[in-house]
Each structure stands twice: as structure tokens, then as C-alpha cells.
Design a protein around this ligand. Structure first.
Ligand code: 26Y
Length: 817
């Protein structure tokens, strides 16, 4: 074990400041100090990283390539230091020379190469893989611009580009020696070889050079450092000259542009596919490069390609990387010279697929016109997979033409990526128990009948190193003082905290820590929003992407209702509440953006109404992202998880709140179901329709929100306030579209698609229970502590171990230093 040496560390930081900026420490800016500290930390990581690679070479473990269009990493410096077990030591060392680590960490841009849940899950998975000692590569794209920065101007969301690389990112390593060519377009020529075999050759294509940047993924205290490889696109220099020589100047410029555009920006849509050609290019680009690198690595150590599945597995994070199936087939057929059956055998033992959503708008389907033009050889292979798959369907379900129509991979002029992933994958998993059941019984029922053995559940999880140790150090230390450190690498141990739930002293200490965290957030809100919030009020929080199914609208309509109540009955029984929102809306998602504006306008009216004595405050936190999320979870009393039952595949924010001692106010949806199973219904606030009820209404089309509007005067009043200018006097029509989405069947095919009015009363009643419960401080503290104590299941370490046991079958590695 190398012990931390304060003096050496500080010397190293000074040395880095000097070498990087020709400055002494006192002359350096905070950003420069951040860079210098990061390079010092990277020096420590590098040795472990190298040792891990040597261990891979020597121990030859089976490894997983986690393929994902998104990795929502969040800041690395703090977490790297935590996992190197040097965080507190560095903090102290820096303090001694007058530097503040929080401020230094705050200089790091949030690498936001993801939208929301799916991308953040990938980041938690990488960290757990390293911590558990498994060999893993994350494969993704090095977008020049990640998730946009959100500014709120006059209450509206404005998107600002996120130039996260502008100061240089200290934790990445360019690896040009592992570059690969990726080909687009052209046509396929068949050629008969001397042995009489047919070979397929892509000609007249454009290509780009995929150049990987590696980022270290540091395991907790085990010297394992896995790798996130994200691909940058560069023009193929030599080819360019070549075509220029041939006078094909146009093509050379085109190739240059292709490389420039390819990795320019992350598509900021969450759960909604726009079907843009460039997105398909991005998918093939990173998948082709990753598969090439994986096979090159395998071949360096092994010579029998048939045994690939013994050493390599590809996990497809949703359908976004599904072209991997066809790309692997292409390489095995065209480059390795295998037969179709051999190639298919290998491919179907190597690829596995995770589904993250049942929302129809999120299902990826590509027009064959685009797909075949862009990826001519890949398309041929997909057609052949499809032809054989249809034969299989017909053999299994003779005479049932509906099955073919519903299950074919290529149908109706489209390539259906989920169908391809299921046909070729050896595993298909959902991300929470309920979600997996809905996949099997509803959405993917036909596929479940054909391949029951492929289907399995892997309930999501989160890493306690980031979301407790780093985000909530006071609570983390308090937990350790009571039950020791085991929870850090085995969250099941946190259960030992349960005995303190009824301990008066522990309750007080917990409430005090929560109060400190609320103060920290209140200060942030004051500085960033100019809003004064009372840290003694109930912090009721909904932070997540803005989407109609997540029902931020239900939340804010309820706030409007509460405000009406308070105005009508100024002396009513009331406990002060702060409603906190944070959410980004996809740039083209009108109702989502309008909901942000509504929240901000409601905030303006209510926060400035002195007559209610500050009993309700509404805060919209600008630019919700991983770094501020850590503080928000730590400060929350109530966790709003109020999606329409059946729509939220899992949710992972719900778990982060729970681990930080917030109580869930939610529907029986996604992983909420399992949260309640762990902590007990009496320690959460559950409301609303069940998923079965929702699905039945959708099937029968028998829900009419107008009946509720006509019979419930409180709801009616709130909805009228959307169109009478109450929250928008200068533009009384501003919120008309939100009103219409709830009531008007002319505008939307079915009004109130997400059953907001249907669940409203039940939600309001649950909110009332929240208020009553909070008045009993000891009772609340007890429930909060029990939430923490029962969060053990929701560690991504548990999730990853299940993937390993049931799907991947990886070998553990050990790294000696
Ligand atoms: C096709 C494309 C535009 C697209 C892009 C992003 C489609 C979907 C997404 C993102 C989906 C996503 O984030 N899904 C979430 O995954 C989490 C991790 O499994 C779940 O917890 C969460 O319920 C689900 O909405």
C-alpha cells in the first residue's frame, strides 16, 4: 500500500502549475489549480491503470464492452480521489496551503455526454465494474458538445452549447495508435474468389478515422482502473490526398465535413427519436470502431475466433448501438471468412440487449432508404438476418401472418432496431421488475413467446461512492460512525443502520445533517435564483428530464391548487413547503418547454405574494446536472416520483433520494415498486392508479378527463388559471396548449394521455399525508433513517453482480501494486 504523502502531493501540484502555466501557485487561477491537481491525481491513477492492463494481459479475463451512445459521467476529480482513498488527505493538504477543494472541484466542467437516466446508469455501471474488479470497456462517442447548458431567460429555457473541452480535459488520453477506419455509403460489389466463395466488397465509400480517447474509471480502493473509450472522428488524411490526386476534390471536402460533423453534438432527446440520418451515422461510427478494437484486442491474445464469446461480451445499452450485431457479422463474414452459420453462432453468443423504455416514441426505426444508402453492406446483412428470422417465426407459428408483421426486423419500409437486438441477442433485460413484466406481457409479448429463455430482469442501481460519499459527506461519515465502513463496497450492510431509526439521539443527528445540507442548497438557491428559502420548510423535490409522462405538470398544478387553498383559507393548517424543480426539456419539445415556463411563472407569483408569509416557495433550479444533483439529493425531504404507472421503466433518481434519507412520494411505477417493497408502504407516500389500471384504460379507451373537470371545482379552478391569465397577465393564452393537452380532444388524439386529472385527487391527498407526517419530527426521522437502511438493494454493485452472474459470466481480476 502506498501511503499518502502530503508534502509530495503539494510539491507535485506546484510542479504541474509551473510546467503547465509557467506560474507559481499564488499566481495561478482556480481553473489552473484544478488542472494541476487533476494532473497530480492522474499521475497516481496512471500506475494503477497500467497495472490493470498488465493484469488483463496476464489473467486473460472475460471482458464486457458496454456500448452506449451516452455516458453521463459528471465530474471526475472528486470521485477519483474518493476511489483512490485520498480525498480527505488531499482536502487537508490543500487547506494547509490555503486552498479550498470544493472550489477547485467546482472548476471542472461536468462531462455531460448523456441525456439522463440511461446515460447516468452507464456511468454508475462503469464505476461498479471497476470497484468489483471486472475487466470492462465503456464504448461511446467523444461529443465536442455534450448536453446543452440550460439558461432560464424570462422564465423560458434557452439552450446554450456546452463546450466542455475548451480548457482541455485532464482525465483523457488520446490513443491514436488504436485508430480505425469506418466506411459509409458507396455500394457493395460481389466477387468470386479463387476457392469459389463469394466475397462482398464495399466500394466508392467515404470514410473517417475513428480515434479513441481513453478515460480512467477508478475502482474503489482496489487499484483496478477500467477504461471508457470514447471516439473522436478525424478525416482520413491519406485518402483525401488520393482522391485529390484523382481530381475528386469534392469528395475530399465531403470527407472532411463528415468527420467534422459526425461527433459534433449529442442529440438532446430523451425517450424520443427524431430519426435523423446523422444519428445513424454516429451509431455506426462508434460501434464499428469499438467492435474493431475489441476484435483486435482479442486476436492479439487468441487465435481461434470461434471462441470469441468465451472472452468477450457486448452489452447494448438500449437499441442505439444495435448495428453492432450486423457489424460483428460483417467482420466475421467478410474479413474473417467465416460461413454465415459460424458467424451467427458467434454473434448470438456475444451480444446482449437492455431495454430502457416502453414509450412508443423512443423505439428506433430507420427508413430503409436511409439505412441502405448509408450502410449498404450492413443493410444486406440485416436483410439476410431478417429473411432467416421470418422463416423461424413461420416455423414456430405456422399460418400466423400477424406475427410476421409484428415481429419482422425489416417491415413496412423500416429497419426495427429492437427486433434486430432481440433476434440476435442472447439476453434481453428490462431495468426493474415491473418493467420486465410489462415487456414480457405487453410490449414484447410476441418475442417472449418465441424466446422466453432470453428474457430477464436487472433492476437498476446507483453508486453509493458518488451519491452518498461524495454528494453527502456529512451523512456518509455519520453512517460510518454508527455501522462502520462496509457499506462503501457492500451496500447491503447499510441495513445495520435500522436499529438507530428509533434512537432519539440518532434521529436528532440525522435531522441536523439534513438541515446542514438544506442550508448548503438554500445558499446555492439564494446565489443562483435570488430566492430566499426557509431551510426549516419541507424540501419537496422533483429533478429529472422534463417529459409529459413524468408529470411535472401534475406537481405544479398541485402547487397552484395549494396556493388557492391557502388564499381562500389563510388560517388553514399548513406546514411551510419549498417545491424544488430541476429539468431540461428537449429543444423541440413544446409542451415540455411550456411546462418550464409555467413553473417559473407560478414561482414568480407565489414567491412574491407576501400575504402567504412565505408558506409556499417554488424554485426552478437552472441547468440541472450531475454535480448539482448530488447536493439536491442530500438536501431533499421528499422525493417526487410521480410518473404515470407503467411509463417509467425504472427511475434511478428515486434511489439516490432514498439513499440520502428522503421519503418517496410516488406511483407504483418502475423501481418505486421495489423501493416500497424494501422500505415498507408506511415509510413512503404512494398514490395513483396501478399500471394494470392504466393499461386497461389505454386498451379500453374509456378515460374522459372532461368528467373530472366538470365535477371537481378545485381542479376546474386550477385549469381555468391556465387560460385566464392568472399566471400570465400579459399573454393570457400562453398556457393554452397545456390546458388543451389535458382537456381538448381536438388537439390531442386522447386528452390527458398521462392521466394527470385522474390521479390528481389521490396525489393531493398523498401530499396532505406528507405534511402531517413531517409535523411529527421523530416519526419523520425514523422513516428517513429506515429509507437509508433499506437502500442496500439499489447499489449498482448489486446490479452489476447480477449482470455478471446471469448474463456476462466475467472473471474477477486482481491488481497487485
Ligand atoms: C432513441 C433516442 C432518441 C433515445 C435517446 C435517449 C431514446 C431514449 C433515450 C433515453 C432513455 C432513458 O434515459 N431511459 C431511462 O433509462 C433509465 C435507466 O434504465 C431508467 O431508469 C428510466 O426509467 C428510463 O426512462
Amino acid at each position: 500500500e502506498n501511503v499518502f504523502n502530503k508534502e509530495a502531493f503539494i510539491e507535485d501540484v506546484k510542479e504541474n502549475v509551473k510546467n503547465l502555466y509557467r506560474k507559481t501557485l499564488d499566481e495561478a487561477s482556480q481553473q489552473e489549480i484544478f488542472q494541476a491537481v487533476s494532473y497530480t491525481v492522474k499521475d497516481v491513477i496512471i500506475d494503477d491503470w497500467l497495472a490493470t492492463q498488465k493484469a488483463f494481459d496476464k489473467q486473460d479475463p472475460k471482458m464486457v464492452y458496454y456500448m452506449s451512445m451516452e455516458f453521463l459521467m459528471g465530474r471526475a476529480l472528486g470521485n477519483n480521489m474518493i476511489n483512490l482513498k485520498m480525498y480527505k488527505e488531499v482536502k487537508e493538504a490543500l487547506e494547509e496551503i490555503g486552498l479550498n477543494l470544493d472550489e477547485i472541484e467546482d472548476q471542472e466542467p461536468d462531462p455531460a455526454l448523456g441525456n439522463g437516466g440511461l446515460g447516468r446508469l452507464a456511468a454508475c455501471f462503469m464505476e461498479s465494474l471497476a470497484t468489483l474488479g471486472y475487466a470492462a470497456y465503456g464504448c461511446g462517442i467523444r461529443y465536442r458538445y455534450g448536453m446543452f447548458k440550460q439558461k432560464i431567460k424570462d422564465g423560458f429555457q434557452v439552450e446554450v452549447p456546452d463546450n466542455w473541452l475548451k480548457n482541455g480535459y485532464p482525465f483523457e488520453l488520446r490513443r491514436p495508435e488504436y485508430s480505425y477506419e469506418v466506411k459509409f455509403g458507396g455500394y457493395v460489389r460481389a466477387e468470386v474468389t479463387e476457392e469459389g466463395k463469394t466475397r462482398f466488397i464495399q466500394e466508392n465509400y467515404q470514410s473517417v478515422l475513428a480515434v479513441p480517447y481513453d478515460m480512467p474509471i477508478v475502482g474503489y480502493g482496489n487499484h483496478v482502473v477500467d477504461t471508457l473509450m470514447i471516439w473522436d472522428a478525424e478525416p482520413m488524411e491519406c485518402f483525401e490526398l488520393d482522391s485529390f490526386d484523382k481530381g475528386d476534390y469534392h469528395k475530399a471536402v465531403e470527407q472532411e465535413n463528415l468527420a467534422r460533423n459526425l461527433v459534433e453534438v449529442l442529440y438532446p432527446n430523451d425517450n424520443h427519436i427524431a430519426g435523423k440520418e446523422l444519428r445513424l451515422k454516429q451509431q455506426y461510427f462508434f460501434v464499428s470502431a469499438s467492435v474493431q478494437r475489441a476484435l483486435a484486442r482479442y486476436k492479439k491474445h487468441h487465435d481461434d475466433i470461434h471462441k470469441l464469446p468465451e472472452k468477450v461480451t457486448f452489452q447494448l445499452n438500449d437499441t442505439h448501438p444495435t448495428v453492432a450485431v450486423a457489424e460483428l457479422m460483417r467482420i466475421l463474414l467478410d474479413e474473417e471468412g467465416l460461413s454465415w452459420d459460424e458467424a451467427w453462432e458467434i454473434t448470438t453468443k456475444t451480444c446482449a440487449y437492455t431495454n430502457h423504455t416502453i414509450m412508443a416514441e423512443a423505439l428506433e426505426k430507420w427508413p430503409i432508404e436511409i439505412f441502405s444508402r448509408l450502410l449498404p453492406r450492413i443493410y444486406q446483412i440485416v436483410e439476410e438476418i431478417n429473411r432467416r428470422f421470418i422463416l423461424q417465426i413461420q416455423a414456430e407459428f405456422p399460418g400466423d401472418n400477424g406475427k410476421v408483421a409484428r415481429m419482422a426486423i425489416v417491415y413496412d419500409g423500416q429497419v426495427k432496431m429492437a427486433h434486430l437486438a432481440i433476434a440476435a441477442g442472447y439476453s434481453v433485460n428490462g431495468v426493474a421488475k415491473l418493467h420486465t413484466e410489462i415487456l414480457k406481457n405487453e410490449q414484447l409479448h410476441d418475442f417472449y413467446e418465441l424466446f422466453p429463455q432470453k428474457f430477464n430482469n436487472k433492476t437498476n442501481g446507483i453508486t453509493q461512492r458518488r451519491f452518498l460519499m461524495h454528494g453527502d459527506p456529512l451523512l456518509a461519515d455519520w453512517v460510518s460512525e454508527h455501522i462502520g465502513n462496509d457499506w462503501i463496497t457492500n451496500l447491503a450492510h447499510i441495513e445495520k443502520l435500522a436499529i438507530y431509526a428509533t434512537d432519539k439521539k440518532a434521529q436528532q443527528e440525522f435531522m441536523n445533517i439534513k438541515y446542514q445540507n438544506k442550508l448548503r442548497l438554500a445558499k446555492y438557491i439564494k446565489e443562483h435564483n435570488g430566492i430566499e428559502v426557509d431551510p426549516r420548510s419541507i424540501f419537496d423535490v422533483q429533478v429529472k428530464r422534463l417529459h409529459e409522462y413524468k408529470r411535472q405538470l401534475l406537481n405544479i398544478l398541485h402547487v397552484m391548487y395549494l396556493y388557492n387553498e391557502l388564499k381562500e383559507h389563510p388560517d388553514m393548517d399548513f406546514y411551510p413547503r419549498t417545491f424544488i424543480f430541476g429539468a431540461k426539456a428537449a429543444a423541440g419539445y413544446k409542451n415540455a418547454k411550456l411546462t418550464i415556463k409555467l413553473i417559473n411563472n407560478v414561482a414568480d407569483v407565489i414567491n412574491n405574494d407576501r400575504s402567504i408569509n412565505g408558506k409556499i416557495k417554488v424554485v426552478f433550479i437552472e441547468d440541472y446536472r450531475v454535480s448539482i444533483a448530488e447536493w439536491i439529493f442530500a438536501a431533499a425531504d421528499v422525493s417526487e416520483q410521480i410518473s404515470t404507472a407503467s411509463k417509467e421503466a425504472s427511475g434511478t433518481g428515486n434511489m439516490k433520494f432514498m439513499l440520502n434519507g428522503a421519503l418517496t412520494l410516488g406511483t407504483m411505477d418502475g423501481a418505486n415498486v421495489e423501493i416500497v417493497e424494501e422500505v415498507g408502504k408506511e415509510n413512503a407516500f404512494i398514490f395513483g392508479m396501478s399500471s394494470d389500471e392504466v393499461i386497461a384504460h389505454e386498451r379500453n379507451r374509456d378515460y374522459d378527463p372532461m368528467q373530472i373537470f366538470n365535477s371537481d371545482q378545485d381542479i376546474r379552478k386550477v385549469l381555468m388559471q391556465l387560460i385566464n391569465g392568472f399566471y400570465s397577465p400579459n399573454d393570457p393564452e400562453l398556457f393554452r396548449d397545456l390546458y388543451n393537452s389535458l382537456l381538448n380532444t381536438q388537439c390531442t388524439q386522447f386528452a390527458d394521455t398521462y392521466f394527470i386529472l385522474k390521479d390528481f385527487r389521490s396525489y393531493a391527498e398523498a401530499q396532505k399525508r406528507v405534511m402531517e407526517a413531517y409535523k411529527d419530527e421523530e416519526g419523520w426521522a425514523k422513516s428517513a433513517i429506515l429509507n437509508i437502511a433499506h437502500a442496500g438493494k439499489f447499489s449498482s454493485d448489486r446490479t452489476i453482480q447480477e449482470y455478471v452472474d446471469d448474463i456476462w459470466h466475467l472473471d474477477k481480476i486482481t491488481v497487485e501494486v
